[in-house]
Every structure is written in C-alpha cells, then in structure tokens.
Ligand binder design. Structure first.
Ligand code: PLP
Length: 371
C-alpha cells in the first residue's frame, strides 16, 4: 500500500457531512405508467416539440439568452382569468433551473447557520436538505388531524419567534392541504422580518394563488415559486420561476450562475407559455380524472385522502411496500410515503388522464383485494 491510498478523503463542510441528501427513485421509469412524481402524464403542447425541433444548431454553441422569457411569463399571468393585482416588471421575475434550483437559491441567499426555517410536516422533501446544507434549524409544524388541516395557529405562534424563512407549499405536497391566498398574505404581513416563500407548484389545480391579489411593494417579504414542470409538462427540461419584490429576486439571483437555465429550456418555456389553452385542457382533464377516481375509491370504501393537487393519498389494505412493488410489476409506478410523519403506510398516487386512472384502479383493485 503506498502513502496515497492511506490518505483520508477531504471532508466537506460539517453541515454537508451530516446531510442526508434528497434522493428520488428516478431509475427505470421509461415505458411504465408514471404516477409517482406528479408529472404531466401526456407530455407538453405539440408546439413545444415543434419549437425544439426548429431550434437552430448554431445556438447550441452559444450561451443562452433570456430575452423575452420574463416578459412572456408576465404576459401569460396577466392574461389568466384571475389576472394580476399590480403590474409586474422583469425585475420581479427570477428564472431558475426548475423550482428545485429556486428553493436551493432562496435558502442559500437568506439562510445562515443557526437560523430557523419554519415549515409544515409532512411537506415537500427538498426544503429540509436545502436548509440543512446551510446549517439552518428546521421547525416543522405538523398538520392538524384529521384532514391534514394547515396549522394556522401554530404557524402564527412560531412566526412570533421571527424565523428567517417560512416555507409554505400550497397546495401542500403530499397532503394536498390548501391555504387560501388571504391567509398566505396575512402570514406574510404578520412577519415582515421573515421571508415567506410560497411554493405554488400545483396551484393550477386549486386556483389559490396569491399572484392575483399581491402587491409586492406592500408585502416585500413574500416570494412566489412557479414551475412549468407539472402542468405544462416540461419537467425534463427544468425551468421554474420566482416572483417577488425586485430586491429579493436580485438577492436570490446573486447565488445562481449566469447561465444555469439552458437554451432548450428557454425555447420550450416560450412555446409552453404561448399555448396556455393546452395546459388548461390538461389541468381540466386531471380534475375530471381525479373526480372519477375518488368516486370509485369511495364506492369501494378505500381509505384515501384528497384535497388540492394532481395527487392523492391512498392507504392499501395490504402492506404499502408490497402493493407498490406489485403495481410496478404490473407496469404502474406510485410513490410510497413510508417513513413520512402522519402518512406512513400510504401511497401517493399522481393523477393523469381518466383513461390512465381507469388502468390504475383496475390494477390496484386486483392487487389490493381483501387479504
Ligand atoms: C412542492 C414542489 N416544489 C417543487 C418541486 C420541484 O419542481 P421543479 O421540477 O420545477 O424543480 C416539486 C416536484 O416534485 C414539488 O412537488
């Protein structure tokens, strides 16, 4: 053995050495019915594929340009039925390599070691690792049972201790817990020294967004996250947005690289934002499919929980690990919630089209019959 092989590897920062990273079971999913990541199960607008096919080869060799993308998002939001309460400028919009990258950047920019990140539990699994890598403490307030109700009073009380960041997921993944926009605004107004981040990844399925009623001049400590991953079907290209007061957007932008979002993602995003009717039709189909599935589940007295979002929770009669494995063998992927507080033993089922839900329900009933 020489001296080199005996050397210990360099250690990372203590926070990173202790970190349990966020790992998602993403392998071997092709060709299966993917009801495990709340993705769009049909794919993006055909205009997205057309735009990518027409992407000029010479642009691959140059760094991406973001001209027009922020304007396109603002125009898209302005033309939504609920509209915007006040005019947004490009300085209100940050562009990220998915909302995951936005979450990482926000916490990196605002969270110092020893600060607290306040959130609810259970919630989206990436907030914790991002706080942990900064050395932040996490205060996760449980949802109220039964019904996984948003713990408004407990969050209000915790805000009195001025945590650095409050992370709200609305509707919450995985419980679907909904929070009316007025309550988000009230929380932000009550805690001006806390950065309140509202992750609106699934708002298209509830319509509870704060954007139609917010004036960032009055609530500069509120930041809204939006993505084209789940509804517009761009999960694989990675593009997300943060909307907020220009000073907050600027600070969050300071901790990202200048070209973190690639040119194909920009091209796809422009095409997707330009075809809102396609996304609206997909969302409407998911809501129809969710209604169909919930009706069937209730008829069969399945133990389930459904609120906002393109997903629901289902407690199988048999062990959730067995049912998950047997569904996979039948070509259908769902996500086990094993180990998550309050929902251990459940499966999270993403909602796709009615036809896909019929396939799922048929397979599920055959697998989870009475023991
Ligand atoms: C609540 C929530 N936020 C953020 C993300 C990540 O979104 P993106 O694909 O835009 O990074 C997800 C993905 O599952 C999510 O469920």
């Amino acid at each position: 053995m020489n001296g080199h092989s005996q050397r210990k590897p360099l250690r990372a920062r203590p926070e990173v050495e202790q970190l349990k990273g966020y790992s998602a079971p993403l392998e071997g999913r092709r060709g299966l019915l993917r009801l495990d990541f709340n993705e769009n199960t049909l794919g993006p607008s055909p205009k997205v594929a057309e735009a990518i096919r027409a992407f000029p080869a010479e642009q691959i060799a140059i760094y991406p340009e973001y001209d027009g993308l922020r304007e396109a998002l603002i125009a898209n939001l302005e033309s939504s039925p609920a509209g915007l309460a006040c005019a947004l400028t490009t300085a209100h919009v940050g562009v990220f390599n998915g909302v995951d990258a936005a979450i990482h950047a926000v916490i990196h920019a605002y969270g110092s070691a020893g600060d607290t990140l306040l959130t609810t539990s259970p919630t989206f699994g990436y907030y914790g690792p991002c706080a942990g890598m900064q050395g932040m403490a996490i205060e996760a307030v449980p949802h109220e049972l039964p019904g996984f109700v948003f713990p408004m009073e407990a969050i209000g009380a915790a805000l009195l201790r001025t945590p650095r960041i409050l992370m709200l997921c609305n509707p919450n993944n995985p419980t679907g817990t909904r929070l009316p926009a007025a309550q988000v605004l009230a929380l932000a107004a009550a805690a001006p020294q806390t950065l309140v981040v509202v992750d609106e990844l699934y708002e298209a399925f509830t319509g509870d967004s704060v954007l139609p009623s917010i004036d960032f001049r009055a609530v500069p400590n509120l930041l809204v996250l939006r993505s084209l991953a789940k509804t517009a079907g761009l999960a694989g290209l990675r593009i997300g947005f943060a909307l907020g007061h220009p000073e907050v957007v600027d600070r969050v932008g300071r901790v990202t690289g200048p070209y973190d979002v690639n040119s194909l993602a920009v091209t796809a995003a422009m095409a997707a934002l330009g075809d809102q009717p396609y996304t609206d039709a997909y969302v409407a189909e998911v809501l129809r499919a969710r209604h169909w599935l919930v009706t069937e589940m209730r008829r069969e007295r399945a133990s389930c929980h459904v609120a906002g979002g393109n997903y629901l929770l289902l407690w199988p009669r048999r062990s959730s690990a067995t049912v998950e494995a047997e569904l996979r063998a039948a070509g259908i992927l769902v996500r086990s919630m094993a180990g998550k507080p309050q929902i251990d033993g459940s499966l999270r089922i993403s909602i796709g089209t009615t036809e896909q839900m019929q396939l799922f329900w048929q397979a599920y009933q055959a697998i989870d019959s009475e023991p």
